[in-house]
Design a protein around this ligand. Structure first.
Ligand code: UD1
Length: 309
């Protein structure tokens, strides 16, 4: 029976992916160091999986995690654009060295395929929407550079060693379990919690920046599909994972305010360094290669998120 390793299994996406695999009856090993992941995210699944506490920066721990594994879902990372601007070295080691350790561990263990959590921030601020995977990446902040380096390493290990690797460029994934109260929290989780607590969120810039906000269940389904799609369609390739819709922060604020019963207008502050202005994906490549379809739309995703917090 196939064995799966989920790195970052206690994190937002990693915990949802681990749970989905376990619910399908798969054998799952999780790996996390709880730097940003939370034990709380594992309570429903910990007794049905194997768990190794370890750090992606430690090559020996990573090698042990890869031993006996057939498929890897590499979600472990130190996310956040502003975190990488403030402390590039720490996120560099977690995201680049960590991914390199994982590839080396996977190669030694004879792993069949890795599905890698890449980032749409790699497109940067270049002109041209929607974003297509054929565009030349133009990352701005350290974090997108690190995530892009991971993609290139993934492709290299396919080309050089025949290790099947698939990169999924996530576009602003949101939903239950996303950390809402860290200085590096994603906007959706942060705004939801503030509004539910009656506190006024601040929009950085004029609020007309847009994102292709994508509910977490869509990203989980993309991972599961990419795991077993034919190698000739996916190996060594990159795919956008999004909904294919752009929503401005101002509009998102309005909907969230309505759902949470919050009546105050937003505060506005200066633009955040390293931010991109807009984001919108063309999702036809994922559709064609492995039948990806967004299952949960934007507003339904927001409703489920608000209900959870
Ligand atoms: C997000 C992800 C990143 C991923 C990228 C891919 C998070 C934390 N980051 O980056 O991992 O690679 O999508 O598309 O999920 N904003 C405010 N007020 C706030 C917080 C944020 O106005 O209090 C604004 C930001 O300035 C930005 C937008 O909201 O314009 C989105 O910010 P954020 O949720 O941090 O996500 P990204 O930086 O787009």
């Amino acid at each position: 029976m196939a064995r799966y390793l989920v790195t970052g299994c206690a994190g937002f996406l990693g915990s949802w992916i681990s749970q989905a695999l376990i619910e399908r009856g798969e054998t799952v090993r999780g790996f996390d160091n709880f730097e940003t992941g939370r034990k709380q995210n594992l309570v429903d699944i910990l007794d049905r999986m194997e768990f190794i506490e370890g750090d992606l920066r430690n090559a020996d721990e990573v090698a042990r995690a890869c031993d006996g594994i057939d498929y890897i879902l590499h979600q472990g990372a130190l996310p956040s654009v502003p975190r990488s601007v403030k402390d590039p070295r720490t996120s560099h080691t977690a995201n680049i060295d960590g991914t390199f350790n994982l590839l080396e561990g996977a190669r030694a263990a004879g792993v069949k395929r890795i599905v890698y959590a890449a980032s749409s921030s790699a497109y940067g601020n270049q002109p041209g929407f929607p974003r297509k995977e054929t565009m030349v990446p133009m990352p701005i902040a350290p974090y997108p550079v690190q995530k892009l380096a991971g993609e290139l390493y993934m492709r290299s290990y396919w080309q050089v060693y025949g290790l099947e690797t698939v990169c999924l460029r996530y576009f602003n994934i949101f939903g239950p379990r996303q950390v809402p109260d860290s200085p590096y929290s994603g906007v959706m989780a942060k705004f939801t919690l503030l509004m539910l607590n009656g506190e006024q969120p601040t929009i950085f810039g004029n609020g007309e920046q847009g994102r292709d906000f994508t509910y977490v269940e869509n990203a989980v389904s993309a991972n599961l599909l990419a795991l077993h799609a034919p190698a000739e369609k996916v190996a060594g390739k990159v795919f956008n994972v999004a909904c294919g819709e752009r929503h401005t922060l101002n509009k998102t604020y309005e909907i969230l305010a309505e759902l949470t019963g919050f009546s105050k207008p937003p505060l506005y502050g200066p633009e955040r360094t390293g931010d991109i202005q807009n984001s919108l994906a063309d999702i036809s490549a994922a559709r064609e290669a492995f039948g990806y379809e967004p299952l949960v739309g934007f507003e339904e995703g927001l409703r489920r998120t608000v209900e959870w917090y």
